[in-house]
Design a protein around this ligand. Structure first.
Ligand code: C5P
Length: 236
């Protein structure tokens, strides 16, 4: 299955340069084994099903380039990706990836290598919303009450849950919109943890698109064990 007609010049960008410190594996998180395949391969397979893996920009640690390229060649019959060197922070990695986009790319889909179970509906929904509004992020309405605490772990306030969403990826943008937001952030020395917020802080509108609890980010050993169970249980 591929994207419908009218959707052109879409390119995928995968930040995969994180070292997975919280997993304690001593190697890039994207290369961690999940049920016999590297995490990155699981993640890219979700997009391959939509014809979006071709030409994807993979942003990885420079020292792991050969290993990552080898893993991708083994999983996908040939190497069909573009490489960009990652940086010390996710925002720098994404910025490097934006520099590596094809000149004709109009819509960029930015998705964490560490989220292997993104549903097709979320990918499609984020692309449609970015085409309409210029910027979109996948997110899920919070089912938990979220507490704001102070430095000493005392409750400061409890925002209205009805307006709280947990941020996920893909975050999808018109290329001009996200390039401008990154340029502004770098000019102002602002370091954020996601790209949609960079657009919002410069006055851009960002549409929230329904994600899924299965689209969690593999961060800890517990997440990795959960991901193994998702696969073993046939949930994806
Ligand atoms: O660290 P965290 O899990 O939040 O990272 C989210 C995504 O960003 C991961 O796929 C990770 O590989 C990527 N990342 C990156 N460059 C960094 C840090 C994280 O590409 N310096």
């Amino acid at each position: 299955m591929t994207l419908g007609s009218g959707v052109e010049h879409v390119q995928l960008l995968i930040p995969a340069a994180g070292m997975g410190q919280r997993l304690g594996a001593g190697r890039p998180k994207a290369l961690i084994d999940l049920a016999g395949q590297p995490l990155l391969v699981w993640t890219l397979s979700r997009f391959d099903a939509l014809g979006l893996a071709d030409g994807a920009v993979i942003v990885g640690p420079p020292e792991s380039r050969a290993e990552m390229e080898q893993a991708l060649t083994a999983a996908f019959s040939e190497y069909r990706f573009t490489w960009a060197d990652g940086g010390s922070e996710r925002q720098i990695s994404v910025c490097n990836g934006l520099d590596a986009l094809r000149p004709e790319t109009e819509i960029v889909v930015i998705h964490d290598a560490a989220r292997p179970f993104v549903p097709e509906s979320a990918i499609r929904g984020s692309i449609e919303a970015a085409m309409e509004f210029g910027a979109a992020t996948v997110a899920i309405p919070s089912t938990d009450t979220i507490l704001v605490g102070d430095d000493d772990a005392f409750l400061v306030n409890t925002p209205d849950r009805a307006r709280l969403w947990a941020c996920q990826t893909p975050q999808t943008f018109r290329v001009s919109v996200i390039r401008e937001a990154h340029a502004k952030a770098s000019e102002e020395d602002h370091l954020g943890t996601d790209d949609a917020t960079l657009v919002q802080r410069t006055g851009g509108r960002v549409k929230l698109v329904q994600g899924s609890p299965l689209n969690f980010k593999v961060t800890t050993r517990e997440d990795l064990a959960l991901a193994e169970q998702v696969i073993a249980g046939g949930l994806v």
